[in-house]
Design a protein around this ligand. Structure first.
Ligand code: SAH
Ligand code: SF4
Length: 372
């Protein structure tokens, strides 16, 4: 994926350098350019961050890489595996902040894994049903930190598993950290590195219209877009998602209509069902009208409980009623099965702290740091 130059700001960590930037770096150190590509491959294809392990590089270059700060920007603190093999990783950063990322094996084929990654420590958007939103924004994550989640995630897979999808549905609003995100998208899909298929990287947003337009412009619609809708009238949406006061539904729908999609591609609409708030038949029919003419698939997510709020999911029968109402009107609808809820790894439950002791997960490994 090649980005227009203006979209790529300087790399914020050696992990964030692209192959040609590595070539420039090593050339400036007096090394041949091909060494730059070798370093990129060690980091992104092989997940090796310790220069001592980069066996095909000369000793002097390895020493130079150590000086350059080639090392992990975050370390695995602990991992918690739930009954369905969902694995929540708690990662620590040098300034003491922590984020979480979750490895979610497909139910039908557990060798195929989706990784849910974080893009910020906390979130500034303040959605009332979301643990990250209630906590507020602590700081942005760097591109190096974002990509390192996937490099570390790969190390935690079982031998038969591979990461096929990466979804920006962890902590944070990815489009509120646009520059770091854009570079991370280029790196995650780089053929000489992690090489994820572009269509298998999903950016989920609460609806930052200006940045969705920018994403459309910079990536030509190649990145899969998911939009958190959660309410179908401005008044209702503003009450649970403050961003709606800046970008109302009219503006958001206009933006989705112009998002460049290939023929079979659709925008994912995420809709967290909250009892008594957005789960009525009238809401479902209003949603059909609102989304008319936009190629979408709808993901219904019964709300996962968070300790900061009394809001909760409707009964299963209401979820089914809502789903039926949409499907009868021709919409494509999935109810997202809650995964890893026994270790608080489900959507919107990613927070700053590890799971409470009383809710011990079925299998827990504790780690301190990773040295390389
Ligand atoms: N900030 C982005 C991505 C992270 S949240 C966004 O809002 O889209 C990923 C998804 O989880 C979003 O659809 C979000 O609305 C949803 N979510 C947040 N809290 C939730 C909760 N308690 N229960 C269910 N879904 C939740
Ligand atoms: Fe932020 Fe998304 Fe949570 Fe809203 S739902 S507070 S945008 S992480």
């Amino acid at each position: 994926m090649k980005l227009p130059e203006r979209a790529l700001t300087d790399p914020d960590h050696p992990i964030a350098r692209l192959p040609d930037e590595w070539e420039q770096t090593v050339t400036a150190w007096g090394e041949p350019a091909y060494r730059g590509r070798q370093i990129f491959e060690w980091i992104h294809r092989h997940g090796v961050l310790d220069p001592a392990e980069m066996s095909n590089l000369p000793k002097a270059l390895r020493a130079r890489l150590v000086q350059d700060g080639v090392s992990w920007p975050l370390a695995l603190v602990s991992s918690h595996v739930s009954d369905d093999r969902t694995n929540k990783l708690l990662l620590g950063m040098p300034d003491g902040e922590r984020v979480e990322t979750v490895l979610i094996p497909q139910l039908q084929d557990p060798s195929v894994v989706t990784q849910c990654v974080s893009s910020q420590v906390g979130c500034a958007m303040g959605c009332v049903f979301c643990a990250s939103g209630v906590a507020g924004l602590k700081r942005q994550m760097s591109t190096g930190e974002i990509v390192a989640q996937v490099l570390l995630g790969r190390r935690e897979l079982e031998s038969d598993q591979r990461i096929r999808n990466v979804v920006f549905m962890g902590m944070g609003e990815p489009l509120h950290n646009y520059e770091a995100l854009a570079r991370a998208l280029v790196l995650l899909t780089h053929p000489a590195g992690i090489d994820l298929s572009k269509r298998r990287v999903t950016v989920s947003t609460s609806g930052l219209v200006r940045q969705i337009d920018r994403l459309a412009q910079d990536f030509g619609g190649q990145v899969q877009l998911a939009v958190s809708l959660h309410a179908v009238r401005d008044e209702d949406r503003s009450a649970i998602m403050p961003i709606n006061r800046k970008y109302g539904l009219d503006e958001l729908m206009g933006c989705l209509r112009r998002y460049p999609l290939s023929k079979r591609q659709r925008i994912t609409i995420e809709y967290t069902l909250i009892e008594g708030t957005n789960d009525s038949v009238a809401d479902a029919t209003a949603m059909v009208n609102l989304l008319r003419g936009i190629p979408v698939k709808v993901n219904l997510i019964p709300m996962n409980p968070i300790s900061e709020s009394d809001l909760r999911a409707p009964d299963a029968s209401h979820v089914t009623r809502f789903q039926k109402c949409l499907t009868e009107r021709g919409m494509s609808v999935f109810v997202r099965k809650t995964r890893g809820d026994d270790v608080a790894a489900a959507c919107g439950q990613l927070a700053f702290h590890p799971p409470e002791r009383g809710k011990a997960p079925s299998r827990t490994r504790q780690r301190t740091t990773i040295s390389s």
